[in-house]
Ligand binder design. Structure first.
Ligand code: PMT
Length: 218
């Protein structure tokens, strides 16, 4: 039977990719399927939490008992997250947010010419960093997706974004990261504890992450 250790807690989870439009027919995005974030939302709801899931476009059904808010761009995610943040106790950011967006959104289709095309991209807001600056008593959990120096970059993110812990996963290891039903993660917390986890289903990893959250609640 599922334990009910998150009753009375409001958990905000982000999942999926963001989509940055270039013109009415083209966009920039990434390979996130949403599976990792949806697994966390589903398990948190089963453990008794009130769950708000802010999600980029995915093929996944909204888990039972979860309130889903659909967004497209990083800017839309930023606004939706800031609003839900007010009443949340715990925030887990599994979404793969675009760091850059096209400087201009063309209202008409970009027409080809004989020349090459150069796109200018501008920085998107760092959502997690903004939350870290207004953390209050909340528990803040980030993800770190890297292709190299995973632990080092993850430790920097804990500091820069004022996180309680981070779930680092590789984007180039078989069985980890984007798209599949499994992940291989290293959990690093703000006290410096490092936990290397075996390959497991994204649902099992979600249970693990929420167990860690519960230890920080105490
Ligand atoms: O969706 P799946 O197919 O199941 O894949 C899961 C996953 C690989 C997407 C997931 O496990 C994961 O690693 N998510 C984070 C991906 C990411 O954007 O990592 P990052 O290292 O670029 O960002 C670090 C953290 O800052 C993340 O928590 C991210 O949500 C957050 N961020 C990043 C940029 C930005 N502008 N705002 C943010 O809040």
């Amino acid at each position: 039977k599922q334990k009910q250790d998150l009753v009375g807690k409001h958990i905000l989870v982000t999942a999926g990719p963001t989509v940055e439009a270039l013109d009415p027919m083209r966009y920039l995005t990434n390979h996130s399927s949403g599976k990792m974030g949806y697994a966390i939302a589903e398990v948190a709801a089963r453990r008794g939490a009130k769950v708000t899931l802010i999600s980029g476009p995915t093929q996944l059904a909204c888990p039972i008992g979860v309130k889903r808010i659909a967004i497209q761009s990083a800017k839309e995610m930023y606004e939706a997250v800031l609003e839900a943040f007010e009443t949340s106790d715990i925030v887990i950011k599994a979404a793969a947010v675009a760091d850059y967006r096209p400087a201009t959104l063309n209202t008409h289709k970009i027409k080809k010419t004989g020349d090459d095309l150069t796109l200018t991209l501008v920085r998107n807001p760092d959502i997690l960093k903004a939350l870290g600056q207004n953390k209050g008593g909340r528990i803040l959990v980030g993800f770190a997706a890297e292709t190299q120096n995973i632990e080092e970059y993850a430790k920097q993110k804990i500091k820069n974004k004022n996180l309680d812990f981070i779930v680092a996963n590789s984007l180039i290891t078989e069985g980890a990261g984007f798209g599949g039903d499994t992940n291989i993660a290293t959990i690093i917390d703000r006290l410096g504890e490092v936990e290397h986890l075996e390959k497991m289903s994204k649902t099992a990893l979600a249970q693990h992450i929420l167990d860690k959250v519960v230890t920080f609640l105490k």
